[in-house]
Design a protein around this ligand. Structure first.
Ligand code: F3S
Length: 387
């Protein structure tokens, strides 16, 4: 594998132990992936930062790396934490869990990670440019960067994205190479997508049938900020049931009109194909913000749905949003039209332990939360057409 002079020196430890570890890890992984070289990145995004996910071993690894002088060399953001750091839930967790989750955040910030991030929508904090190379973990963000922005990133693993942040480069393979950014099938959607929940159901289904890079012809009949939230949920859902990092959406993806789809296999989808994914409400608590939404998006969604929620049977809404929105909130808990609204900045319900919060079921409009909630958070989930 080709390395520049600087990379050779970093690999030999000339610039310190932390950089040496990062380079050794990167070179090992990149050789396995048959990458011919490393590529410099403009932004790294780290996942795997919830204490419930990485446990004591992950925390010790971060402590050790920090002691060795680890510091990121490019702009770096991080994924949401568990809800253990949200004050209203503190009494439900042990002091040990809260302290360890806090320590993970402190260590990342000490290495240079943006303290305003802790979000799975890093493009809202720093929007990459078209064609920019990134090293992003977090499948939903990767899908958005490749598909809507036209940036280039593979789905990095949590540790590898941290190594890439320190070294400022990653493996030149996969989505970084233009010839791999080509559709594997054209999906013709025979119905209008008029809700976030329907976008999610469609995404979960497409993820199951794609050979890797779907090209979707679809009419998304939503306006305002809700439209982008639906697109993010569609992409996150595709990335949930597949390993896809890129989806072309006609009229949305900047690269979509540059690919010739004439000779590519056509796959029609109608409403009958996704029937059964949307369900009846299974509980009175609704989760919105997977991927994270910002406050403006949250307000727009709330004003659209609040009038009909109590009729539907929802009386509590959990909203996860980026950490930087924390300062704009006067309170994390409020009552609107008789519905209790809980804002959870910098957090994700899916990487929390919901049994500790006495939550056994969650309704959502997002395919990713619906899919992972039972597996990771220990709560039953249902996908409902609330918005
Ligand atoms: Fe984000 Fe958690 Fe969903 S990281 S995409 S809110 S599962």
């Amino acid at each position: 594998m080709y390395l520049t002079k600087w990379e050779e020196k970093a690999l030999q430890g000339e610039f310190g132990e932390a950089l040496e570890i990062s380079m050794r890890t990167l070179v090992k992984v990149c050789k396995t992936l048959k990458a011919e070289k490393l590529i410099e990145v403009g932004h790294a995004h780290i996942s795997g930062v919830s204490y419930f996910n990485i446990g004591d071993e992950g925390l010790e690894f971060l402590e050790d790396l920090a002691k060795k002088g680890a510091h990121v060399s490019v702009y770096t953001s991080a994924n949401p934490l568990s809800v253990a750091l949200i004050p209203m839930f503190n009494h439900l967790y042990s002091n040990e869990v809260i302290a360890k989750q806090k320590r993970i955040a402190e260590l990342l910030i000490s290495m240079g990670v943006d303290e305003k991030s802790f979000t799975c929508a890093p493009y809202k904090l720093r929007k990459p440019s078209y064609g920019e190379h990134l090293a992003w973990a977090e499948s939903s963000a990767v899908a958005y960067a490749n598909s809507v922005i036209g940036a280039r990133t593979n789905r990095e693993g949590g540790i590898l994205s941290l190594m890439a942040a320190i070294a400022g480069r990653t493996c030149f393979c996969g989505m970084h190479i233009p010839r791999n950014r080509y559709p594997t099938e054209v999906i013709e959607v025979g119905f209008d997508v008029d809700s976030i929940a329907l976008a999610s159901s469609l995404g979960l289904y497409i993820g199951k049938i794609t050979k890797g890079v779907p090209y979707i012809k679809v009419n998304i009949k939503l306006g305002g900020r809700v439209r982008d939230v639906a697109i993010r949920s569609l992409l996150a859902s595709i990335a949930t049931t597949s390993s896809s990092a890129l989806t072309f959406i006609e009229g949305v993806s900047p690269e979509a009109d540059r690919v010739d789809t004439k000779s590519i296999e056509r796959v029609p989808i109608d409403l009958g194909d996704i029937r059964g994914i949307l369900e009846e409400l299974c509980t009175d608590g609704l989760y919105i913000g997977c991927p994270h939404i910002d406050l403006d998006e949250a307000h727009e969604i709330l004003s659209n749905i609040l009038p009909s929620l109590t009729k539907l049977g929802v009386n509590k809404i959990y909203i996860t949003l980026p950490m930087y929105e924390h300062k704009k909130l006067n309170t994390l808990r409020t009552l609107l039209n008789g519905v209790e609204v809980l804002y959870l900045p910098g957090a994700c319900l899916v990487v929390s332990n919901l049994r500790d919060l006495n939550i056994d079921s969650v309704a959502t409009v997002h395919g990713k939360a619906y899919h992972y909630m039972p597996k990771l958070a220990g709560a039953r989930s249902c996908l409902v057409k609330a918005v």
